[in-house]
Design a protein around this ligand. Structure first.
Ligand SMILES: [Cu+2]
Length: 325
């Protein structure tokens, strides 16, 4: 093959690698890792590409030198082994120094990226993620407990029906089979979001590849992470820690919307969760009575919301156990 032929075939091999790196969610037959939609995922991608290209060049040099030596200096061409050669100090210095330099070239940016990854300061908002067998609970703390938005997110019913029916899912026409939920996590774009990640029963891990990180959700420990999504869209992920028999059935869906849409969504959620207005206001002491229940209601409501999710989780366990057994 001519030199241009070799270059052309190499380019053809690498083209899909570059093209596929653009999509946020993994694609079928994707070869390379995705670029994602956050600064952290871009960091991970660039660190990966730097290492990949260095490996690629080393591979070409090493295998090229081997092939050249084997063909050029073969016995049938009259090559004679150099039996006096034992070592070369100069070569040894070179093949020690070059890898050290390459490691430094990779380690310096990688260290900066790791610092950046754990820098959760100056976040614009906080979301608490709690893993349960087998669903997620999301909490958006408000200025007061009454403004908290809390909901659970679990596998969509259609995927669940198909998986329990024994039908071949490829024929069932369920878009995003096992990767869809009833209530997605809605977040605003262009906002630094501080995530608090924990669990309430066993260890789970919250992982959305497009965000560029995976965080363990451990009972009794609150882990941190952050994300700033710059492109609106829907990004999917899954629990990434083997957490029981339905580990594969607790997907994650993150819906990134514009800041205005998010504000509207949050207001809608708060309106939905607001305690029903007091039906019969007392005539004489309307003002003090009105303030007292308003303050008291969220305090009562919070533990109720707290216990609702584990109850759902327990119910889910029972529900899931019946058809399986
Ligand atoms: Cu899990």
């Amino acid at each position: 093959m001519s030199r241009t032929g070799v270059i052309a075939s190499l380019a053809a091999l690498l083209a899909p690698l570059a093209a596929m790196a653009q999509s946020a969610d993994p694609q079928r037959w994707q070869l390379n890792m995705g670029k994602g939609v956050t600064p952290l995922s871009e960091n991970a991608y660039s660190a990966h590409m730097l290492a990949l290209w260095i490996c690629f060049v080393i591979g070409i040099i090493v295998f090229g030198a081997m092939a050249y030596a084997m063909f050029k200096f073969r016995k049938s061409k009259g090559a004679v082994p150099d039996v006096d050669f034992t070592h070369s100090t100069r070569l040894e210095i070179v093949w020690t120094a070059v890898p050290v330099l390459l490691l430094i070239v990779m380690a310096v940016p990688a260290t900066q990226k790791i610092f950046n990854m754990y820098d959760v300061r100056e976040a614009d908002m906080t979301i608490k993620v709690t893993g349960y067998q087998w669903l997620w609970k999301y909490e958006y703390p408000g200025a007061t407990p009454a403004e908290d938005v809390v909901f659970t997110s679990r596998l969509d019913r259609r995927s669940d029906e198909v998986r329990q029916s024994g039908v071949d899912a490829r024929t069932a026409n369920v878009p995003h089979y096992l990767l869809d939920v009833d209530n997605p996590l809605v977040v605003p774009v262009g906002t630094k979001i501080h995530f608090l990640v924990t669990a309430d029963d066993v260890i789970h891990a919250w992982w959305v590849p497009a965000l560029g990180w995976k965080q363990d959700a451990i009972p009794g420990i609150v882990n941190e992470a952050w994300a700033r999504i710059d492109t609106p869209g829907v990004y999917r992920g899954q629990c990434a820690e083997l957490c029981g028999k339905d580990h594969g059935f607790m997907p994650i869906v993150v819906k990134a919307v514009s800041k205005d849409e998010f504000k509207q969504w949050l207001a809608d959620q708060r309106a939905k969760n607001a305690p029903a207005p007091v039906a019969t206001p007392a005539p004489a002491d309307a003002a003090p009575a009105g303030t007292a229940p308003a303050g008291a209601a969220p305090a009562d409501a919070a533990p109720a919301a707290e216990s609702a999710a584990p109850a759902t989780a327990a119910a889910d366990k029972n529900a899931a156990a019946t058809p399986a057994g």
